[in-house]
Write a new protein. Structure first.
Length: 167
């Protein structure tokens, strides 16, 4: 079988190299940590999101973790888990987690690249967009619950409320 332009042969470019080119083109701050990790910062409406991409060679997957700029107090973690279930029901791709060690809420998703396939520029752009848009959409729900004292269901309803037009 002939190799297509989206495939890579053994020993060719790391999938993070393609991602790094996309990030550099957007002039986002980034840090490459070794061969298998790339961290970037993207400013959103609510906060600055930290996106961490990891190339898991054994899985042949590019993994994304996008953390929200908040820590969940231990007293609120049970309610946050309920909210996570409500949020994740609405997700088509990826999911939100609560990192138990430090109480950070993050969005996670993986892009399978099995068989030596390299990600396209469009796939890398889409992966970044997916993470940032998911965080932007649900950040208010976590804020309403953690700092606004709302119940998980009320926080979710408030975050999903869409205004028509502008004031």
């Amino acid at each position: 079988m002939a190799m297509t332009t989206v495939e890579r042969s053994a020993g060719s470019a790391n999938p993070l190299d393609v991602l790094e080119q996309v990030v550099a083109g957007e002039s986002w701050p980034f840090e490459r940590i070794g061969e298998d990790e790339l961290n970037i910062a993207v400013s959103g409406r609510w906060c600055e999101y930290r996106l961490s991409f990891t190339w898991a060679g054994d899985l042949e997957a590019l993994l994304l973790a996008c953390s929200l700029e908040m820590k969940v107090p231990r007293a609120k973690r049970r309610e946050v888990h309920t909210l996570l279930a409500l949020v994740n029901e609405r997700m088509w791709l990826g999911h939100f987690d609560l990192w138990s060690e430090d109480g950070v809420v993050l969005f996670r998703h993986g892009l399978m690249l099995q068989g030596g396939i390299a990600p396209t520029t469009a796939q890398c752009e889409g992966l970044i967009k997916l993470g940032v848009e998911a965080c932007e959409r649900f950040y208010p729900a976590f804020q309403y619950l953690i700092w606004g004292g709302k119940a998980p269901e009320d926080a979710m309803a408030a975050a999903l409320f869409d205004c028509a037009g502008e004031a």
